[in-house]
Design a protein around this ligand. Sequence first.
Ligand code: GLV
Ligand code: MN
Ligand code: MN
Length: 410
Amino acid sequence: MKDIRINKQRLWDTLMEMGEIGGTEKGGCCRLALTDLDRQGRDLFVRWCEEAGCTITIDKMGNIFARRAGEDDSLPPVVMGSHLDTQPTGGKFDGVYGVLAGLEVIRTLNDNNIKTRAPIEASVWTNEEGSRFPPAMVSSGVFAGEFDLEYGLSRADLDGKTMGEELERIGYAGDLDVGGRPFKAFFEAHIEQGPILEDEGKKIGVVTDAQGQRWYELTLTGQESHAGPTPMPIRRDALVGAARIIDMVNRIGMDHQPNACATVGLVQVFPNSRNVIPGQVFFTVDIRHPDAKVLEQMDQALREGAERIAEDGRLEMDFKQIWHSPPVPFDKDCIASVRKATEALGFSYREMVSGAGHDACYISRVAPTSMVFVPCEDGISHNEAERASPDDLAAGCDVLFLAVVQHANH
Ligand code: GLV
Ligand code: MN
Ligand code: MN
């Protein structure tokens, strides 16, 4: 088994073909969850998997499972996968690599006429990004019992369209119950999305943990008023309050180095007219840290600081934490399989903590799970300039292949 290699060119061509769906001028990809483009991407994946002899099932959250039968098909499957949805200015690799690496493992097993003892599945998890429908990882979260089905289906985008409606519309509201079936193990291959592997010249990241994160939605309300006649001292400018909180969020991140991250990525100003003092601002906050205690301190600093700033500006504040995903330790045996596969293939590696959230984080609650990282150029992701080399992508897929086959035959 150690001598079998996945097909590097086929993996690359498959990634490039998927990347054309929603492909952007700058070479990235915009395929937001449950849009028509997401449907096209899903259709293509399903077609490829059927051509590879897989049986497709789809659950009520639109999660897709492509199954390659095992010698003993009654055994729980070893599952690989990630997501096909992207950020609005996303790349061709985030998520997509983990899905298509899974397909490439199946194709390689077919090429070599290998029958595994347990079945193997390649999976697609709906709306991992949480960009269109917050929070992130929502459908793997329903699968793992973090959220109930009703919560998942009722997540809405900024226009009020729900995941349930959009799943129906694009034809991916499946009939399978979400979760409730065992996986022998789950492996997610992914680009690192940070600079560490590239900086250290390492080929593979053996992922031991993922950091915790909390998401918030804040609305500040002041008073709309004329930009000319309204004297500065009496203004209740919601955007000034938001700007102060945004600066504070950045400082909270800087004050909890190393490892803390703190971001405001979405701001909506009402009425957004140049000669009206902004009366209302809606914005989001994303804070992350690998240590739950530090994340808690950051949470406290955010709550207290936002309260103070709102009060000083005589603004009303609606402050909601909408999501908390605690730090995740991955499974020791699965981590060891990834390490052993990497060593057997002779690739350089380092152990690392994932800075991003992944479907693997939730799946780890219901199945032994770990991840394989490969370097990405300049550590850039959630950007159309996201790049990874065909060699590194193939190396990660070879590691995935070995780890998965070992687990399926164990
Ligand atoms: C998922 O892409 C995340 O924001 O970590
Ligand atoms: Mn991802
Ligand atoms: Mn992402």
